[in-house]
Design a protein around this ligand. Sequence first.
Ligand SMILES: [Zn+2]
Ligand SMILES: [Zn+2]
Length: 130
Amino acid sequence: MANWCVINCSNSYYKLQRWMQSFCEVHNSTKEHCSCQKPFDLLPFPNEKQADTRKTWIRNVNRNDSQNVWIPKSHSRICTVHFADGKPTLKNPYPTLVVGHNDLKTARKPSQNRKKHRYFKNSGPGHHSS
Ligand SMILES: [Zn+2]
Ligand SMILES: [Zn+2]
């Protein structure tokens, strides 16, 4: 089986391979050999030595409503799109943009249709009483 990312994420090693083998018209070579930035990278989970980090990753990746706690296998990967900085950094070492929680789809809604609250004031603007 392909190394899938977390639940609901369609990124996989297979997808990355496909991208690598696709042709880059900018650099006139396959993307494997050009300097284009990968759309994502697949990272292994932290090992047991980094128990705390590992725990947080697992917690973030798991679905809220999951009954069984999911444990990453040795081949389990998470892609870098789930990190706020595009990769684990000191500031954002954990996957926070995790699709496993099922709410990413709704989170992508444009916030345009948010209703504006209007306040009708009785006193006109620029009215000063001193
Ligand atoms: Zn390129
Ligand atoms: Zn992913």
